[in-house]
Structures are given as structure tokens and as C-alpha cells.
Design a protein around this ligand. Sequence first.
Ligand SMILES: [Fe+2]
Length: 363
Amino acid sequence: MRLVPTKFIRAGIELAKPIYDARGRVLLQKNIRLTESMVNRLKSSGITYVFTREEDTDDIIVHPPIPDQQRIEAVQKIKETFRSFESEDLTKNNYLLEKAALKLEQLVKEIANELSKNDDVIHYLSDLLIIDDYVFSHSLNVSMYTLALAQELKLKDKDLEQLGLGAVLHDIGKIIIPDEILNKSGKLSDMEFKLVKAHTEYGFDLLRKAHNIPLLVAHCAYQHHERLDGSGYPRGIKADDIHPFARIIGVADVFDAVTSNRVYRDAMLPHEGLEILYTGAGTQFDMHLVETFKKTVALYPNGLTVYLSDGSEGVVAQQNYQMFERPIIRVLKENGLKVKPYDLDLSKVLDVMIVNTDQLITS
Ligand SMILES: [Fe+2]
């Protein structure tokens, strides 16, 4: 199968995977041939990429890190939890929060279990299903990346549970911030920015009052925007003063934020998200964490169209686990002309580079 940016799809192409709505209902079945109206519907839905089926790439498989239905249910669960908080005065009654924590603990275990079953790297691009409210799918994605990183770091199960819960709840403080500010496409005013930053302190206050939630989980919410060099917020604390769990979540958080579609900019691809992390590695983020994180995600996910320095064009067919930046490419065209498809292992031809990929610019 092949990952095709929605903006490039045309009537007649065949879907290799179903498309769901936010509730998990199938909007378009797999194996369906798209009609003009389906194409238009997809283009206006906010979905960034679709998996298509074509003969030359039929054997290329992409396993989602978490099965689609489980992902949809998990996002729903997070949504319900966050929503239930909005209507309550949690400063007086934290029973709800304690009940929710149990549910989310279970969710963390399920995700950790799913990730450990799968020894492949994470092939994932945000917004492949229908776009959901950002905060909820972001909470799940950050948990997924956090747990994958923690497993690679060989953290103990007990730590994994607390860290995972910290990741699911890291942005819980955002429930106090009006949606108009969270989703604003223009520049935030100083006041608005101050309010957005306060989600860390509000999250901390909320979580530390719940008796069955470890204090460390509250600190994850409090500290996930702190940076090693003191450039973060809310307190500007540095290096070892930032809890290692918050530093791990910080890496996962930034990666998901830049690789997701937002109202103010298009999503980056995983290799570009990693570049952002490397720019801050050693100053804002621990170098060791960034390097370990790199081992958990596919920089160029299977199915992605790439353009090579020798003028050829192809699709990522397989990963090279020793050299993630040099996957195996199914070459389909040379200098713009179709050729008989063949596989090129970029780890064996070091003078050929990936110079471009299908980009997401929607405008
Ligand atoms: Fe945050």
C-alpha cells in the first residue's frame, strides 16, 4: 500500500484501509474505489493522508502501533474523562478524578501492552483517521510515544504505569482554557499566552488533590514544558531539577505537536519532527532521550513517497533497523519515467540520499 497525501487523491483510486469518523464508525470501506464526491469529502475532512492500494506496492505493509478501533476507543475514553471534569468543581470534589484515574491506568496498561507486543518501530502519522479534537488525540499520542520511549529505556513496569498516567494527563489543565484560545490560528496576545502556559499549574493543582493519583503524575503535568536550559515554563527550572519523567514526556509532547496538523500550521513528517528535537538536543532536551526516541519511530514510514538524489522516485518499502534514515525504497520511476519496480537498499548505496518526500502543504 501507499500513503498518499489527501490533496493528491483523485477519483478512481482504491483505499487500502477504511476511514472512520471520530466515533469509530466506518465512513469509507477499504477496497472501495473513490468517486469524485468521496474525494471532495475527504479533502475537506482534515485527514492528511490515506492508504491506497496499487499493484506495484501491494506487498508493502504498514502496521499501526495501536489497532485503529482501540485507538478510537482510547481517544473517546480520554475525551469523556476530560469532559466530565469540565462540568464539576473539582477543587471540592475529586471523587470523579479518582474514578477516572483508575480507568486511565487501565488504558495505559493496554497501550503499553500493545506496544510491547509489536517489536517494530512506530509507523504513525497523525490525522490518518478523522480529525478529532486535538487535545484528546494528542494526549493519546503523547502516551504512545512516551511509553515507547520508556520501553526502549527499559524502565520498570511500575515506573511505566506512573509515567504513562502522567503522559495521558499531562495536558489536563487545558480544560480551563477556552477553546477559542487553544484553537486560535493567529498570534496569541500576552494575556492569552499567559493563560495557555497556566495549564501546567492548573493541571498540577488538580492532580495533586486526588488521593489515588501519585504526586509524581501531578508533577508530570507541572513540569512537562520545563527545559534543561531553564527556557521552559512555568518556573524555568533547569536540568536535574526537572523530573526525568517530565523530561521524557517533554520529548514525546514536542514530537507529537509538530507532527500533527494544527489550525496554524501543517503537520511535519516524522523525520522533520526528529530534526526539531535534535535542534534542541543537549540544550532543551536530553541528548540521550532524543537519540533513544529516534530508535522508536519510523523516520520515513512504510508507504511514504520519496524522491532520491539520483533522480528516482519510489515508496518506502521496509525499514533498516540499523540505519533508520536509510530505508529500503521500492523505486517506481527514474528521471520521471516509469520503470519496472525494484528495491533499492539505501544502507548499501550511501551516495544516494532522500532529498524530498510528499509534503503536506494543504494550501
Ligand atoms: Fe502541555
